[in-house]
Design a protein. Structure first.
Length: 422
C-alpha cells in the first residue's frame, strides 16, 4: 500500500485560489490595523518551555507541542515515564498563542520601544487539538495589542480597530460582548469557590455554550469548586436569560456585582455610542492571564465569536520584574477567511497568455514585462487541445481574463483579452 501523502492531521495545504483568498484577507487586516497606528513585529515560532507553561495559558498549555531536548537518552526517557513528567524532556515548545511571545518580546526590547507600544502580530500558532471542522492544529492568529496604556483608551482603540477591520472584510453588523474578570470573581465568590480552584472553575464556565448550565454545575461539583446548596445551574440560567443592558445603573444590583468593574463597562459603552454592545456576565475568555475587561465579537449570522481579547496587566511583570499594563485583541482568522470571497476592488488584473509553440520566448517575456508594468498579474500557458479544461483550471486559480499569443503578436496592445469570469 502506498504511503500517505496528506499533511499531518489538523494541518492543511492551500491551493493557489485558497492562498489568494487568505492573502487578500490578511492584506485588508494589516492595512486597517496599520491605519489605526499599530506596528507589525515578528517573534520566533518557539519559546522556552518554562515560559509557555507558566500557568498563564489556561487549558491551552496542555495543548502545547513540546520540543525534545537534544541528546535525550533511554535513561532520561525511562525517568520521565516513571515520574509522569514528560515536560522534563523538553526545553522548548511551539507557541500556542501570540500573547505570551509578545510579553517576552516587550521585556526583551522595551528600551527600543515607545512608552505606549501598539503591536501587530499575524502568524501561525500550534495546538495539539483534536482536529475537527473549524479547529486545526496549525492556524493563523491576527493580534493587536497595546502595552503601556493603563486607561480605557487601550480598550477603545482595540475595539474600534477590530470593528473597522471586520467591516472592511465585509462582516459588518457585529456585536461587542463585554465582561470583566472582577465580575466573574464576584460570581465565584458568591458560590463559595475556593481561591485555588477559581481559574479551573472559569475554564469550566467557559464551556457553557457547549455543555449547558447543568453540565457546568456538574463539572464544578466534580472538581470540588462548589459544595453544599449552591444553586449554580439555576443562577447561570438566570444570568444567561437576563436582559442585560449597559446603562447609567442597574436595577437591584446583585450582591456579587463589582461596581468598579461595572462602572468601567459603562464608560466603554458611553465612549462607543454607535456600537452594538452587550454585557454578558458569563463571558470568560479561557486564557488564565486576563485581569480586567474581556470582550468578544459576535455576528448574527454565525454561532461563534469572530474574535476576542482583554486586559492582561500582570503578564509582562513576570518577565520584566515590574508591572506594565497591557491589553489585546485577536481576530479568529480561520473562522472568517472561508466566509470571504476575493473581491475585485483594488485587486490587480490577473491574465493568462495562451501561446502557440512557435512564439519566441523573447516575445513572451516582452509581453509579460509590458503587462506587469501596467499592474497586471501574468501567467503563461502553452496552447493545448483541451482548452476548456485549461481555462477552467486557470479560472479556479483566480485569473480573470486570457488572450491568445501567436507568432504575429507584436505588443500588448494587439492582444484581445477575453473575460473568464462571465
Amino acid at each position: 500500500m502506498a504511503a500517505s501523502v496528506t499533511p499531518p492531521r489538523g494541518m492543511r495545504d492551500f491551493l493557489p485560489a485558497e492562498k489568494a483568498r487568505r492573502e487578500h484577507a490578511l492584506g485588508v487586516i494589516r492595512g486597517v490595523y496599520s491605519a489605526h497606528g499599530f506596528d507589525e513585529i515578528e517573534t520566533p515560532v518557539m519559546e522556552d518551555a518554562s515560559r509557555l507553561h507558566a500557568g498563564l495559558g489556561g487549558d491551552n498549555e496542555k495543548l502545547a507541542f513540546a520540543v525534545m531536548k537534544r541528546g535525550i537518552t533511554s535513561e532520561d526517557l525511562a525517568a520521565a515515564a516513571a515520574s509522569g513528567d514528560a515536560l522534563a524532556l523538553a526545553d522548548l515548545g511551539l507557541r500556542y498563542d501570540l500573547t505570551v511571545p509578545l510579553a517576552r518580546f516587550y521585556a526583551t526590547h522595551r528600551a527600543a520601544l515607545p512608552p505606549v507600544f501598539r503591536s501587530i502580530q499575524i502568524a501561525p500558532v500550534w495546538r495539539a487539538e483534536r482536529p475537527q471542522k473549524g479547529r486545526y492544529r496549525q492556524f493563523v492568529q491576527c493580534d493587536i495589542d497595546i502595552i503601556g496604556e493603563a486607561g480605557q483608551l487601550a480598550e477603545l482603540e482595540l475595539l474600534t480597530a477590530t470593528v473597522a477591520t471586520l467591516e472592511a472584510l465585509g462582516l459588518g453588523g457585529c456585536t461587542i460582548r463585554l465582561n470583566d474578570r472582577r465580575i466573574l470573581a464576584g460570581i465565584l465568590g458568591s458560590w463559595g469557590v475556593p481561591d485555588g480552584l477559581r481559574e479551573r472553575a472559569l475554564i469550566t464556565i467557559d464551556k457553557l455554550d457547549k455543555i449547558g448550565t447543568g453540565g457546568v454545575a456538574a463539572e464544578l461539583r466534580e472538581i470540588g469548586a462548589i459544595t453544599g446548596d449552591a444553586e449554580v445551574a439555576t443562577e447561570l440560567e438566570a444570568l444567561t436569560a437576563a436582559d442585560w443592558h449597559l446603562h447609567d445603573g442597574v436595577v437591584a444590583p446583585p450582591a456579587w456585582l463589582d461596581q468598579g468593574a461595572y462602572a468601567d463597562l459603562l464608560a466603554l459603552r458611553a465612549a462607543l455610542p454607535d456600537a452594538a454592545i452587550e454585557f454578558d456576565p458569563t463571558l470568560v475568555r479561557g486564557m488564565g492571564y486576563y485581569t480586567g475587561t474581556i470582550f468578544e465579537i459576535a455576528h448574527p449570522d454565525f454561532g461563534y465569536s469572530l474574535g476576542g481579547g482583554g486586559r492582561y496587566d500582570h503578564m509582562i511583570g513576570r518577565f520584566l520584574g515590574q508591572e506594565v499594563p497591557a491589553c489585546g485583541f485577536s481576530i479568529g482568522f480561520e473562522r472568517i477567511v472561508d466566509l470571504l470571497a476575493v473581491r475585485d476592488d483594488g485587486r490587480p488584473r490577473s491574465v493568462v497568455l495562451v501561446y502557440d509553440a512557435e512564439v519566441p520566448p523573447a516575445t513572451l517575456l516582452a509581453l509579460k514585462h509590458e503587462l506587469v508594468a501596467s499592474g497586471a498579474r501574468v501567467r503563461f500557458e502553452r496552447r493545448v487541445k483541451n482548452m476548456r479544461a485549461l481555462l477552467e483550471r486557470v479560472t479556479a486559480d483566480g485569473f480573470d481574463a486570457f488572450a491568445n499569443v501567436t507568432a504575429e503578436t507584436t505588443d500588448a496592445s494587439s492582444l484581445a483579452f477575453r473575460d473568464l469570469t462571465a
